[in-house]
Write a new protein. Structure first.
Length: 388
């Protein structure tokens, strides 16, 4: 393995050790909003901390000696370390020390997040120079997510403040996750139906500065909040003057303005990647297809589009992950989604409520991004001889 990947992995190990020795692992607070006492890993885990340090040193040894040879040992140790930390962490939070008051809360501290970052860096660096490194990394990340999900569903971490926030708002939480995903997905779906034909049209027009492309680029440069404000004005005007439009959801707040803004932002990567993908198709292949008697439309559907599909899917992937992030702002205008939970947490100065909105959003973006990554990888593998 090259030094760049090794440096990332070694830096991850150092970050893991730092999180165990010097960073606050949890914060105990008398209630959900007051500041509390920071507790370090040595305060929480006691002698078990020696096991964590030993596993970290063992990881460091494998990465220094021969990271490629010991790659399976490295991944095994990462999974083992993660599992033991979460198991011990759950057991520690059951201690009566944390609950002298019924309103006592245990919030995750910076050391815990540094540990997660360190694990990510070790996995990322370990596979950095492998031919199928992206695929292996994604599988490892999904494995870590699955392990954490098992701990959560088993009730092992129920004493954490973020889990208590979830139980207090479980119905609302599921509704907002569904709303967030629906808004993101539908906006990208609309972007696909508009963007791909638009990209094909611009590509075939052979104009480098097409007016439609200028408008799409202009829309991308306007800040999201500003664009929301610009969209809300005409929609409010139309909704107030037409009962029919108001009844079908055309109004200045809620789903409609958020949906339109998300579609505008989704168009940029989809259109640009569609044009780029079509441009990358080798002209010699098109000439060969034409010499075989294929018509123009046949060449497009059977040669150009299949060969440009990985690049187009890359644009859809970017639009999807971008849309999931931008949908947060729908919470500001009554559009729902995880943004409403995040902004409620900000208003109440409740950090665990903010995390309750942010963590599912990150997981959602990661899973969808992994789906598109796997599709592109397997598609390229299937047509490797033609795409190379």
């Amino acid at each position: 393995m090259e030094k760049s990947g090794n440096k990332i992995s070694v830096s991850g190990i150092m970050l893991i050790v730092f999180s165990f020795l010097f960073a606050s692992f949890v914060q105990y607070r008398p209630n959900r909003v007051l500041s509390g006492t920071n507790l370090f890993a040595r305060d929480l885990f006691g002698n078990t901390l020696i096991i964590f340090i030993f596993l970290s040193i063992l990881l460091f040894f494998f990465l220094i000696v021969n990271p490629k040879k010991y790659i399976y040992f490295t991944i095994f140790l990462i999974f083992l370390l993660t599992g033991i930390v979460f198991y011990t962490f759950g057991k520690v939070t059951e201690n009566e020390f944390f609950f002298p008051l019924p309103t006592g809360r245990i919030s995750i501290g910076g050391g815990f997040w540094l540990l997660i970052l360190g694990i990510y860096m070790v996995i990322n660096g370990s596979f950095k120079e492998f031919k199928e490194g992206v695929l292996y990394r994604r599988i490892c990340y999904l494995g870590i997510f699955l392990m954490i999900a098992i701990f959560l569903m088993s009730g092992h971490l129920n004493n954490l403040s973020i889990i208590k926030e979830f139980f207090n708002r479980s119905t609302t939480f599921y509704n907002q996750v569904s709303r967030h995903f629906s808004l993101s997905f539908l906006s990208v779906l609309a972007g696909i139906f508009i963007g791909i034909p638009s990209g094909i049209f611009i590509f075939r027009s052979k104009k480098t500065n097409h007016p439609l492309l200028y408008l799409i680029n202009l829309g991308q440069t306007i800040p999201t909040l500003s664009l929301l404000g610009l969209i809300m004005l005409p929609l409010t005007f139309l909704g107030e003057r037409s009962e029919f439009l108001k009844n079908i959801g055309i109004r200045g707040v809620g789903f409609t303005p958020a949906f339109i803004v998300l579609v505008v932002y989704a168009l940029f990567p989809i259109i640009h990647n569609t044009i780029a993908g079509l441009k990358l198709v080798d002209e010699n292949l098109l000439e060969i297809a034409s010499s075989m008697g294929m018509k123009k439309n046949q060449i497009f559907w059977k040669v150009q589009l299949p060969l440009s599909l990985p690049v187009i899917m890359g644009g859809i992937r970017t639009a999807m992950t971008q849309s999931i992030g931008n949908t947060i702002l729908a919470g500001l205008i009554g559009g729902g989604g995880l943004g409403s939970i995040i902004f409620l947490g900000l208003a109440q100065a409740a950090p665990d409520l903010i995390l309750l909105g942010i963590i599912p959003l990150i997981i959602m973006a990661f899973i969808l991004d992994s789906f598109f990554s796997f599709f592109i990888i397997f598609y390229k593998r299937k047509y490797a001889g033609v795409l190379s």
